[in-house]
Design a binder for this molecule. Structure first.
Ligand SMILES: Cc1ncc(COP(=O)(O)O)c(C=O)c1O
Length: 394
């Protein structure tokens, strides 16, 4: 089975030797502290390292603005716990990250979905849903999961302005921001909010809560993410975190600090970018060569996913079954939509599939796309296949 399903990093990029050395160092030099209970907000040197690292991307937060979490997934849960009362509405992109919906569902969230296009969230459609007073907006500006799209710079400016005008906080989820394979880095919403609206040198106030993680740059098994927010919000989230798990594993935080320090994280991210850029290109090239012309897909500038759109009228369940018979897997698009009562019986996402290109090796990507194209072609009417492909089918 070749899987384009999960959002898994390539295991061959895990810096195993650096982890071995870090574990050894932590246990020989810092065992008493690393094996002890720690502060809820997180290991101070790690928070400082993160603050320094983010400053290079324009996020000039202080360690007091950083709360270490057990993965970004816990950050989403804590945000749900802090903000959502049963029946509150959350504004999300359509499609959006499934794990966020799962986290918010637990607290009884209802949803207002706003569609995305190739430039990310359709900010031209935001005013009406914002007027209806959602608790917050949950947005993925960089290389969105699942669609791989990036929010344009103009829309970023518009988004923070609109959010401020209607007093709706933004949760900016950014696990992939550093994994850019082409084009220039675009400013984060948290940066634009501060620069355009607050004239606040620090992060003492602000309308954006920023999330990121080591899952895609070091290893998801670490379960280490972080939240950047004004200290007042950090202290509320820390209280909730205390009730959940006291603090994120001290040992893991010490190890991550030793791994990431002295410029290693940057060097490693460069290596990952090279490897994933190649995989993305192999997938795009294979799609171009093998998929029927009636099928389209996004061209992600970074991240781990691309989003395929099939012609109308295909039965995605049947396509999925055929794909599994060909020993290739993907995630059907309908998983990534909140059900907000506007769907009129239409299953949103039923024409889409999410494909991951970070985990399979280039040769597997090529072979997997070949298998997927066979599965697809068996469901497409001959008129939608090119003459060459139609010949191929016989
Ligand atoms: C958009 C998004 N947010 C959050 C997460 C959760 O990341 P973590 O492994 O840090 O919990 C993921 C994981 O794939 C993700 O894609």
């Amino acid at each position: 089975m070749i899987s384009f399903g999960g959002g898994l990093p390539a295991p061959d990029v895990f810096p195993v030797q650096r982890f071995q050395e870090a574990c050894h160092k932590v246990l020989t030099e810092h065992a008493a502290a690393a094996l002890q209970y720690g502060e809820t907000e997180g290991y101070r040197p790690l928070r400082e390292l993160l603050a320094n690292n983010m400053a290079r991307y324009g996020i000039k937060a202080k360690p007091e603005n950083v709360l270490i979490t057990s993965g970004s997934q816990q950050a989403l849960d804590l945000i749900g716990k802090l903000f959502i009362n049963r029946g509150d509405r959350v504004l999300v992109e359509a499609p959006t990250y499934l794990g966020a919906l799962q986290a918010f569902n637990v607290y009884g969230a209802e949803y207002e979905s706003v569609p995305i296009d190739e430039n990310g969230l359709r900010t031209d459609l935001l005013e009406q849903p914002l007027r209806s007073g959602p608790r917050f907006m949950y947005v993925l500006p960089n290389f969105q999961n699942p669609a791989g799209t990036t929010l344009s710079e103009a829309r970023r400016h518009e988004l923070v302005l609109l959010a401020d005008r209607y007093g709706i906080p933004i949760i900016e989820d950014d696990p992939y921001g550093q994994l850019r394979y082409e084009g220039e880095h675009l400013p984060s919403l948290v940066v634009l909010d501060r620069e355009n609206l607050r004239r606040d040198e620090g992060y003492s106030i602000g309308n954006v809560i920023y999330l990121s993680t080591f899952s895609k740059t070091l290893a998801p098994g670490l379960r280490l993410g972080w939240i950047v927010a004004p200290p007042e919000v950090i202290s509320k989230l820390a209280q909730l975190k205390q009730g959940a798990d006291l603090h994120t594993s001290t040992f893991t935080q010490f190890v991550a600090y030793e791994v990431a320090r002295d410029g290693f994280l940057d060097k490693h991210v460069k290596l990952i970018r090279q490897i994933y850029r190649e995989r993305r290109d192999v997938m795009l090239q294979s799609l171009e060569e093998l998929f029927p012309p009636a099928v389209t897909w996004t061209h992600p500038q970074g991240g781990l996913f691309l989003w395929v759109t099939l012609p109308e009228g295909l039965d995605m369940k049947a396509v999925f079954k055929s794909a599994l018979e060909q020993n290739v897997a993907f995630v059907p698009g309908d998983s990534f939509y909140a059900h907000d009562g506007h769907n009129n019986g239409f299953v949103e996402g039923s024409r889409h599939m999410r494909l991951n290109f970070s985990n399979p090796a280039p040769a597997e990507i090529r072979e997997g796309i070949r298998r997927l194209s066979i599965a697809l072609k068996s469901h497409l009417p001959a008129s939608t296949l090119s003459s060459e492909l139609a010949l191929d089918m016989r």
